[in-house]
Design a protein around this ligand. Structure first.
Ligand SMILES: Nc1ncnc2c1ncn2[C@@H]1O[C@H](COP(=O)(O)OP(=O)(O)OP(=O)(O)O)[C@@H](O)[C@H]1O
Ligand SMILES: N[C@@H](CCO)C(=O)O
Length: 309
């Protein structure tokens, strides 16, 4: 290990912070899946004082650089206060994840900056603590802090947010190929949450709890067919958000025998599908024809450190 890079000699850390897909059907606000692609690149560099933010890349013009309005700035401010860090930092975010896409764009910045700051100042918090800090950023983006994107961004794999106050996260390593379609529209999480009911029927709750349990069971049995089947049986959120995504219902019907499962990714408009091997290219082409941009990717391992200087 190169000693001179550690401790207060370190000047800059760069990380790769992944997209994530939350909800996965019946697991609204609980389930989250880390993706290999797309991702943000985030660097944090020591400066004299204050928090300076620069953003470039996808739709960067839409992203505020005031620290209190940028998810990364909110997280940085909280960590620097709690760890009594006197120096300042410059945060540079290169967006690879389109904001308002349903792929945890705001979360990727939150999770990435939390890891980069902990590496830069050698803070060594637990992954759970990093999720707690990163979730603060979501309060800025979606109006209320939620951890179902930042948890998989930090832990990788599949995560469940089982409790808030105190925060409890369960993690299951998962290997799976996924197709992500990204229609050329933007849906803000805030708006997509406002259209949901404040109360639901007992029958809807019983359905979703049962299907969510089945999805977790299927991961331990390595039964991708069962996982995908239950992923498509949400009775609470997907039916109410489907109308926000052009041609979603039509395409879902068209591919139902060619994928194990398909549902809305997070608050949308992104769509996540688990393709059957023999139909991967056919489904990918259909998604491209209907929605344009498609990522053929797989489950990721969480934020990774690219460089320490
Ligand atoms: N660093 C950031 N990166 C991306 N969006 C940010 C950032 N800081 C603030 N925002 C704001 O957060 C909003 C995007 O967050 P939103 O939760 O709506 O979409 P998302 O994170 O891409 O998708 P989802 O949360 O549904 O997975 C935009 O209004 C954007 O301006
Ligand atoms: N689970 C939240 C955030 C998604 O990224 C929602 O669907 O509103």
């Amino acid at each position: 290990m190169n000693k001179k890079l550690y401790g207060d000699k370190m000047r800059k850390v760069t990380v790769r912070s992944p997209a994530t897909s939350a909800n996965l059907g019946p697991g609204f606000d609980v389930f989250g899946l880390c993706l290999e692609e797309p991702y943000d690149i985030i660097s944090v560099e020591k400066i004299e004082d204050g928090i300076k933010i620069e953003v470039d890349g996808e739709k960067s013009g839409e992203i505020p650089t005031e620290p209190d309005k940028n998810t990364a700035g909110v997280v940085a401010k909280a960590m620097m206060k709690d760890f009594n860090i006197k120096e300042g930092i410059k945060i540079h975010i290169t967006k690879g994840i389109k904001p308002g896409s349903g792929l945890g764009s705001s979360s990727a910045s939150s999770a990435g900056v939390a890891v980069a700051i902990s590496e830069l100042f050698n803070l060594k918090p637990s992954k759970l603590k990093l999720v707690e800090y990163a979730a603060l950023g979501e309060g800025v983006a979606a109006g209320s802090p939620h951890a179902d994107n930042v948890a998989p961004a930090i832990f990788g794999g599949f995560t469940m947010v089982t409790n808030y106050n105190p925060l409890e996260i369960l993690h299951v390593p998962v290997e799976m190929e996924v197709l992500i379609a990204l229609p050329d529209i933007q849906i803000s999480t805030k708006e997509a949450r406002e259209i949901l009911p404040k109360k639901i029927e007992m029958g809807e709750m019983i359905n979703n709890v049962g299907k969510a349990c089945g999805m977790v069971y299927s991961l331990f049995k390595n039964d991708i067919e069962l996982f995908g089947k239950y992923m498509m049986m949400d009775k609470v959120v997907e039916p109410r958000r489907a109308k926000l995504i052009p041609k979603y219902e039509e395409v879902k019907e068209k591919v139902k025998d060619k994928v194990y499962g398909i549902t809305i990714s997070g608050a949308g408009p992104a769509i996540i599908a688990i393709p059957k091997k023999e139909y991967i290219l056919e489904v990918k082409e259909l998604f491209e024809d209907v929605w344009g941009r498609v990522y053929l990717t797989k489950v990721g391992g969480g934020v990774s450190v690219l460089e320490k200087l």
